[in-house]
Design a protein around this ligand. Structure first.
Ligand code: AMP
Length: 411
């Protein structure tokens, strides 16, 4: 007797996990239409005051919150699995095709998303010395998810992968080669999933194939980085061995003379850990003016606060230098794309970053710049030679897309 049952729909859901040291962010997407089914965040893992916020997006239902101690990542993922199950979206569903993990550091080795096996886990572990804050947390997330669904493909999507196309001239520091190689010191770059997504989306906005356009992407969030993308491939980026290099950020200094560190050690009597904390957590905008939120900084500037104004000016000065540098690296620029929290929302930052660069073909239309929207949009006047765009980033969608492409190819 022939079966009248239709064959089951191929699994099309991807769970994206972004595991930090004390947090897990997640989204469940259906890749048939890129619809978000659920999203949430577990914060303060390991503390008494842990919090899980879960939004069942597929049903448009109210967000739910759990508070109280969540001991570790395993408990956090179990709680997430329970919330998803309560919405009929459990991790045991046959519709779940894969779990995509954000992994911050993939070194030189991982140039593309990779299905995780024991060898891949060992390699991510080997990279801990160059990503001591991030890779251990990412690994914990992967191990916990694997324990929950050992049969399911788990994919690592690396923040560094998009930047592995950088030529050696851009990726190497001018230090002794043997020392650099022994300690794997080179410029890796980060925010790669965002730079990949935004550079492609910018080409689409221009009605072109990514291979046809040169784009400078300015990812300006609390962490911030710039990239120069030629024909869809990254040729330079502002973060380096770690996310500390480059632009002025919310709490990171970005570029400075490395001798500042020796000075702080010798004259300031500070330890390596103290300087690490100073430059990563107490510098940038927060170090300069006590605030790292651009909204607050703009509010203070409007009230005539000179310290906030100086912090803003230093931030813009550095940003402009990178626009100029990447213009020179690319030779021809078709578009500059602003993205992430500051880039998508702070019109004064966009205006100031591009001001005075008319000779480079850059200009902004004040009215277009003031528009608030969730869609990618152009903010340059029609006459401008270089398009200036605001392109909301979507790292979760990019991770899900890369994960799904890999598992769909394999099945
Ligand atoms: P992200 O790391 O991409 O989430 O960006 C976070 C940062 O974006 C915050 O620290 C703020 O500085 C900035 N931000 C978010 N919303 C706005 C807004 N409406 N106007 C200006 N800056 C904003």
């Amino acid at each position: 007797m022939s079966s009248t049952h239709p064959s089951p729909a191929p699994a099309s859901r991807v769970l994206v996990l972004n595991s930090g040291s004390s947090s897990v962010k997640y989204q469940l997407l259906d890749m048939r239409d890129e619809r978000r089914l659920a999203a949430g965040l577990v914060e303060r893992i390991g503390e008494q005051t842990s919090r899980l916020k879960h939004s069942p997006l597929h049903s448009g239902g109210e967000s739910r919150e759990r508070t109280g101690p969540i001991a570790d990542h395993e408990a956090a993922l179990k709680a997430v699995a329970e919330e998803l199950a309560a919405d009929g979206l459990g991790l045991d569903s046959p519709e779940l095709a894969a779990i995509g993990h954000r992994v911050v550091h993939g070194g030189k080795h991982f140039t593309a998303p990779t299905v995780i096996d024991d060898t891949v886990l060992a390699e991510i572990e080997r990279l801990i010395p160059v990503a001591p804050l991030h890779n251990p947390a990412n690994l914990t997330g992967i191990r916990t998810a694997r324990a929950l669904r050992p049969d399911l493909p788990q994919v690592a999507v690396f923040d560094t992968a998009f930047h592995t196309t950088m030529p050696e001239a851009a990726a190497r520091y001018a230090i002794d080669v043997e020392t650099a190689d022994e300690h794997r010191i080179r410029r890796y770059g980060f925010h790669g999933t965002s730079h990949a997504y935004v550079s492609r989306a910018t080409a689409k906005l221009l009605g072109k194939d990514p291979s046809e356009v040169n784009v400078i992407v300015l990812h300006l969030g609390n962490g911030a980085s710039a990239s120069a993308v030629r024909g869809g491939r990254c040729v330079d980026t502002s973060m380096g061995l770690t996310p500390l290099e480059g632009l002025v950020m919310g709490t990171r200094s970005g570029d400075m003379d490395p001798a500042v560190i020796f000075h702080l050690m010798r004259v300031g009597g500070m330890s390596a850990d103290e300087i690490d904390a100073l430059l990563n957590k107490k510098s940038g905008l927060i170090g300069l003016c006590g605030d790292n939120d651009m909204r607050e900084i703009r509010r203070r500037i409007d009230e005539g606060d000179e310290q906030a104004q100086l912090a803003f000016d230093i931030y813009i000065h550095r940003l402009k230098k990178y626009i100029g540098a990447y213009y020179a690296v690319l030779g021809r620029v078709d578009a500059i794309a602003f993205t992430a929290g500051v880039g998508e929302n702070a019109a004064p930052v966009r205006e100031a970053a591009v001001a005075g660069l008319e000779e480079l073909g850059l200009a902004i239309d004040g009215e277009l710049n003031a528009v608030r929207a969730d869609e990618p949009r152009l903010i340059s006047p029609e006459y401008a030679r270089v398009a200036v765009a605001v392109v909301p980033t979507d790292e979760e969608l990019e991770i899900a897309t890369q994960t799904y492409a890999l598992v769909a190819k394999k099945s």
